[in-house]
Ligand binder design. Sequence first.
Ligand SMILES: [Zn+2]
Length: 182
Amino acid sequence: MAILKVARLGHPVLRKVAEQVPLAELRSPRIQSFIDDMVETMREYNGAGLAATQVHTLKQVAVIEVLENPRYPGAPSIPLTVIVNPQVTPLTQEMEEDWEGCLSIPDLRGKVPRYTAVTLQALDRHGEPMNLTAKDFFARVIQHETDHLNGIVYLDRMKNFATLTHLAEWNKYWLGSPERDD
Ligand SMILES: [Zn+2]
């Protein structure tokens, strides 16, 4: 296992579209160990999610996990979810704005409109089909990560930059929201 280097905004890799992973390749030890490294990297940097694009790999793979945090009682937790070749479909026209951060855009937070419910069709890490409905925070993280696989970052989704905030100021003026970097 290894902690991978995370690309920061400005690195061209973040603007590229990732390729689908064929089943045979997904099951290879190389990709399996890459997925382990992605999970380790996400945990190391305390991210809620990480897309392969962010670690310089143009493959349609993302990992998501939010563990119970005693500092944020009641915050939603999401078990470790590995998604491969995801297709996301909004289940509603309704969008909600909430804070997001990104491991590739350090020290900033901004309010981003996202669909409040989506369906996710993907493969799991073993190549088994996954079909789930996600709401609210989980839906938000799925949209954030799948955007990365299409070369899109959360700044692109903001209505404007009026809420864009440095982390220190966010902690001072806006803390109370449990969002973490994706
Ligand atoms: Zn991100």
